[in-house]
Design a protein around this ligand. Sequence first.
Ligand code: ZN
Length: 347
Amino acid sequence: MAVLVDRDADDNMALVTMAAQFVTPDALRFLMRNACGYVYLALTAERCAQLGLDFVDLNDSLIRPPATVTIEAREGISTGIGLADQAHSIAVAIDPTKGREAIVLGGHVNPLRARPGGVLERAGWTEGSIDLARAAGLLPAAILCEIHNDDGSATQGADVTMFCRRHRLPMITIAEVIAHRQRTDKLVNREVETTLPTAFGEFMAVGYRSLLDGSHHLALVKGEVRGKADVLVHVHRSCRSGDIFHSITCRCGESVHAALAAIDVEGMGALVYLAEDDDALHRAQMDEQPWRDFGVAAQILVDLGLSSIRLLTNQRHDIPGLAGYRLTVSDHVPLRVPGDSPAARAR
Ligand SMILES: [Zn+2]
């Protein structure tokens, strides 16, 4: 068992998780007595489809993952309520040799459906718990139980740390699970490259395809960067309104131009242009999780042969587990955007 929190124990929720294949009546008893929360069974979308589970997307947020009808094993149980019955129902629900016919709808096990891309698609507890089980080489299914206080309120902050200490459980953040997968999964594939003459000189344009969602990312490379140290790099998330239409509500278009100009002056460097489908959604994510896309950018930079970079940026973010990317940020270089002053930013 481990305690899974969002970014740290100060966040609003902490859940105990364990690989579903290790569930026993004793484990369920521990959760009911000590975590005092509702017990869920996190399943992959693929397994949910095999079991014929229909989901209701009540509120597609991090807090409320898609809920479905409860289930139970068709055979081998009595009322289904007892802990031995629940453990048996869970074992049947995750058994890859058993299908829809092995369960009945309406029971005492509460399934949750994870997104196919796991935490790289949705930074939620359902996805995090399954990714942990998968990373351990186990069946991709996990038990989740919110930790509650005796008065029924959610356990938070230092109390979560106390809970972990009392029960000798390790704590892991969803951010750490994301960082692990960004390091270990192959996220992009190099598809195409061509020369691209621009107003900022000639660049090599290298196209990458995301293996996660099929979106296309681009790297604009100047000079022979492979094997070089301290290469000047800017990472830009596409923003249709700013990049193309020069919306004055953001500085995205000017930032791209300033970065290309800086790389041109340097004579060598790379700009990684990350695709993004939904600008508004993405900005909201950026504010909360500025490191979310770093795995994709890092893998593109490593593919280009870089090992240490000087990052052109005006924001200094802590990137969790950076060392694992085989890429070091040796320096942060301010990105000088023309006309960018506190007054301009306030516009
Ligand atoms: Zn923008």
